[in-house]
Design a protein. Structure first.
Length: 251
């Protein structure tokens, strides 16, 4: 119970990687608030946590790309729990698969607003409470940004912006006891499972390029890394941590 009595906010916590993270935090005793644009998705996640762990999961629905949503998330979290110990900026939308020259401004805005701006707004609003708790901030980037993956220009622009923002925050916030880190995951999610079923040969080719021959489990691999960074690994800050089974190897 390394996070007992601590309060965490997970954006995009209703499904996929975010929901795996939520489960890991709940298992370690955290009180968790999830956010997202679709209330139905958040409510289903709430029901699953109640059924599996007999614990209440709280949610705040809204568009994280809007500054007023970040204010609402923080205000409702503080109203309910009185503190914030951890924020996990996981939510991101983008037009993947489009070449750079095929992107419209609207396509680019989608990635930047849902990823970079939503991260910035929530960090800014949560800072006074993270300062009080000597808390932890975890953000998500991507190996696609490090390697320059084809068809990912707007997504990568947002993710690399998040990485830069994180390094500055780690520098500025370190004196307050706040650690700030970035995770680059390669995770098995519901959408990846569907892709595996539809394109088994391509999936097999992809998995063979991963030295550990599997994708990360959102709860066991990603969630537990976040638990570590928010507890025993609190001295780690300003880092980009690759959870890609060795496929993100670089000098």
């Amino acid at each position: 119970m390394r996070l007992k009595d601590k309060t965490a906010i997970v954006t995009g916590g209703g499904k996929g990687i975010g929901f795996g993270i939520v489960q890991a935090l709940v298992e370690e005793g955290a009180q968790v608030v999830i956010t997202g644009r679709t209330e139905e998705t958040l409510k289903k996640a709430q029901e699953k946590i109640k059924e599996k762990y007999d614990q209440e999961l709280f949610y705040v629905a809204g568009d994280g790309a809007k500054e007023e949503t970040a204010k609402k998330i923080v205000e409702e979290t503080i109203s309910k729990f009185g503190k914030i110990n951890l924020i996990v900026n996981n939510a991101q939308a983008s037009k993947s698969g489009l070449k750079l020259i095929e992107h419209s401004k609207e396509d680019f805005d989608l990635a930047i607003n849902s990823g970079l701006y939503s991260t910035f707004f929530l960090m800014k609003e949560a800072f006074p409470y993270l300062k009080e708790s000597k808390g932890t901030v975890i953000k998500f980037a991507s190996g696609a940004g490090i390697s320059g993956k084809d068809g990912q220009s707007s997504y990568v622009a947002a993710k690399e912006g998040i990485r830069g923002l994180s390094r500055v925050a780690a520098t500025e916030w370190g004196e307050f006891g706040i650690n700030v880190n970035v995770i680059c995951p390669l995770a098995m999610t519901e959408s990846l499972e569907a892709w595996k079923e539809e394109y088994p040969e391509l999936y097999e080719k992809t998995i063979q390029a991963v030295p550990m021959k599997r994708f990360a489990d959102p709860k066991e691999d990603i969630g537990k890394t976040i638990v570590f960074l928010a507890s025993d690994g609190h001295y780690i800050t300003g880092e980009t941590i690759s959870l890609q089974g060795g496929s993100g190897l670089r000098p």
